[in-house]
Design a protein around this ligand. Structure first.
Ligand code: SF4
Ligand code: FE2
Length: 645
């Protein structure tokens, strides 16, 4: 197989293909290459039956029925080991989002108290949340109200009993009833995380059913004190996203500008870098550049894209390749999805890799502390360092793949409702509900999550999306999956060519009522924490229809999942009663009990998440098959609601 064929097997992004060729010529290693070097993967690890919980092990037990050792030294079975490992993995997915929420909470609190240099831009959101929390809003100053809201949020990290405030704020009553019966309502995010770690510790919980319920509880921690809390407080601080137009692909890095890439997830960092790049733009001109160009990677990209229209260079798997353009003066990272390999790549160029969060240091990177109080100092210092690196750029090493793709984003629930209001001002959700009822929209699927070098980059994400669109399924998207769709024209009205005629007509009608040629076939709803927006949309639709979320003809899909966060987000949606597809299998197949409980595939184990919650896990590597499986389930749910099929 020739080198070119091999590279085209790794990604469908032609810009990334070009840069992989450059990396090879310059002898720079990337994640794509390292992924191949790891093959074949250990089957014990892949199926979840490797236990490293104590020093009597590591123990590996049989994953294929009869052959091999059936119990670890302590007597743990495959079911017990897999369930414990999965809970541990879900905790690792949930915790970064909970920490994300805690960081924004403190930033909001300090801003309200006048200690941090941010501004409360989302006053409407603040007032609406304050009202829902039962606070008096009339005559109360904005800062005071923000402080009260932040202190209620803080209780979700402090209270020793009761139910999470953010769950009560955002969940449907019908869902709360289900979770209450199963005794999985969380109270305090930190307490639940500590409790789950305690469950998985050696010699503690070994009942796989109780461990599975622990997993579902952790999904609720993820959903409410991770995703929803982060989005709500970020909207209060930075404003609720509105429709924006932007550009995608490596071509957004500009040769004649000082380029800074923001990468990670925490908008308190990236917003400040953007703010200071605007303040110091003229200093770039003094250096002979046309200005300072901020580009995004992963969810820092999503946060700045949704609220500021900042363009997106690339998504997770190809983060190293952005540096290989040779044209980045700095890459600023905060938390989550930061490859340690970035430091090695940055070493080959003039690019300064800068970490920012006090608790997250990257070997080989320089570090400038972000704290809410010192945010301006950090922003200015980062931009000044990037300016200083511009003259060090080696023009001989610069190669930016040409071409960008237009995309629309900013589809918050508020923005979607406003767009629909152009068709029906009194009852904005009605046109959407009618389109679903008539079958013009067969259902809604959220394409979320990651890219993963185990899968051809962007391929599975876009193939699932296209197959669904062809069948008149409306797509909403977040995270790096949204970037896959954006890079391939599916966040633009031009992407309507992939839609079934009925869906295309609906999107055109809504778009034209709002002065646009059409809405894109996939609505970009934001970052990974903004999966909360998708949940809000589902709750709003279910409430308007008078049904439970579990009854809606919807599904979630993460075709190129790599992060435990994709699994914890998926768990949250399964708890809501939504089927969740993953394209890269989770390590559960070593336990028939765990696999059957989550996937509801036939087996001896009688209790499944499908029966308890109304949602299940679908593992399917083939994107077309995955789309068809989701469509079949959507049709099943439509029939149960008595809708046209
Ligand atoms: Fe082995 Fe049990 Fe220790 Fe796990 S907890 S490593 S199965 S002895
Ligand atoms: Fe993300």
């Amino acid at each position: 197989m020739s080198r070119q064929v091999l590279i085209t097997d790794l990604t469908i992004d032609t810009g990334v293909q070009e840069l992989l060729g450059k990396a090879e010529q310059e002898n720079i290693e990337t994640a794509f290459q390292r992924a191949k070097e790891q093959e074949p993967h250990c089957k014990f690890g892949l199926t979840g039956v490797c236990c490293r919980r104590c020093l009597q092990g590591p123990c590996r037990v049989t994953f294929n029925g009869n052959k091999g050792v059936k119990r670890g030294v302590c007597g743990a079975t495959a079911d017990q080991i897999v369930a414990r490992n999965l809970l541990s993995l879900i905790v690792e997915g949930t915790t970064p989002h909970v920490e994300h929420a805690r960081e924004i909470l403190h930033t909001l609190l300090e801003t309200a108290e006048g200690k941090a240099p941010y501004e409360i831009k989302g006053k409407e959101k603040l007032i609406s949340i304050a009202k829902k929390l039962g606070l008096t809003v009339d005559g109360v100053e904005i800062d005071k109200l923000a402080q009260e809201v932040a202190l209620i949020a803080l209780q979700d990290f402090q209270q020793q009993s009761g139910v999470s405030n953010w769950l009560r704020l955002r969940a449907q009553d019908k869902s709360i009833e289900t979770w209450k019966k199963l005794n999985i309502l969380p109270s305090n995010a930190h307490l639940e995380i500590a409790n789950a770690i305690n469950k998985t510790a050696m010699g503690c919980e070994s009942d796989p059913v109780s461990l599975l319920l622990g997993i579902m509880k952790m999904g609720l921690v993820e959903g409410y004190d991770g995703l929803h809390l982060s989005t709500d407080l970020q909207d209060i601080l930075f404003g609720t996203p509105r429709l924006v137009k932007t550009q995608y692909r490596m071509g957004v890095i500009k040769e004649d500008y000082v380029n800074i890439a923001v990468h990670g997830h925490i908008p308190m960092v990236s917003e400040k870098v953007l703010e200071w790049s605007r303040k110091l733009n003229n200093e770039a001109k003094a250096l002979g550049a046309k200005g300072i160009n901020i580009v995004g990677i992963c969810c820092s990209a999503n946060e700045l894209l949704m609220r500021q229209g900042v363009s997106v260079a690339t998504n997770y798997a190809s983060q190293e390749l952005a540096i290989i353009t040779g044209a980045l003066e700095a890459m600023v990272v905060d938390a989550q999805c930061i490859m340690p390999g970035l430091a090695q790549v940055a070493d080959c160029y003039h690019t300064e890799l800068i970490s920012t969060l006090p608790n997250i240091k990257i070997e080989g990177a320089s570090h400038i502390d972000w704290t809410p109080e010192e945010a301006d100092k950090m922003g200015e210092e980062i931009v000044r360092r990037a300016l200083a690196h511009y003259p060090e750029r080696d023009q001989a090493k610069v190669q930016i793949p040409g071409g960008t793709v237009e995309a629309y984003a900013g589809f918050s629930v508020e923005q979607i409702v406003e767009l629909l209001a152009a068709l029906n001002r009194e009852d904005p959700l009605l046109p959407l509900i009618e389109a679903i009822a008539k079958g013009d929209i067969l259902g809604v699927v959220a394409i979320v999550g990651c890219t993963n070098p185990k899968v051809k980059q962007d391929w599975a994400n876009t193939e699932v999306a296209k197959e669904l669109m062809k069948n008149n399924v409306l797509i909403v998207a977040t995270g790096c999956s949204a970037h896959s769709l954006g890079k391939n024209g599916l966040l633009s009205p031009a992407g309507l060519e992939y839609c079934g005629a009925k869906l295309a007509n609906v999107l055109t009608a809504i778009g034209q009522a709002n002065g646009l040629p059409a809405l894109p076939p996939a609505l970009h709803m934001g970052s990974c924490v903004d999966n909360s927006r998708i949940d809000d949309l589902l709750v709003a639709l279910a409430d308007r229809l008078g049904v439970a979320v579990r009854e809606l003809p919807v599904a979630g899909s993460s075709p190129e999942n790599h992060s435990p966060k994709a699994l914890s987000i998926g768990t949250f949606f399964i708890a809501q009663g939504v089927d969740v597809h993953i394209g890269v299998n989770a390590p559960i197949t070593g336990s028939p009990l765990v696999e059957q409980a989550l996937t509801a595939n036939k087996g001896e184990f009688p209790v499944t998440t499908d029966e308890l919650f109304g949602g299940k896990l679908i593992y399917e590597a083939d994107p077309i098959q995955a789309a068809q499986t989701m469509i079949a389930r959507i049709i099943q749910k439509r029939k149960a609601l008595g809708l046209v099929c």
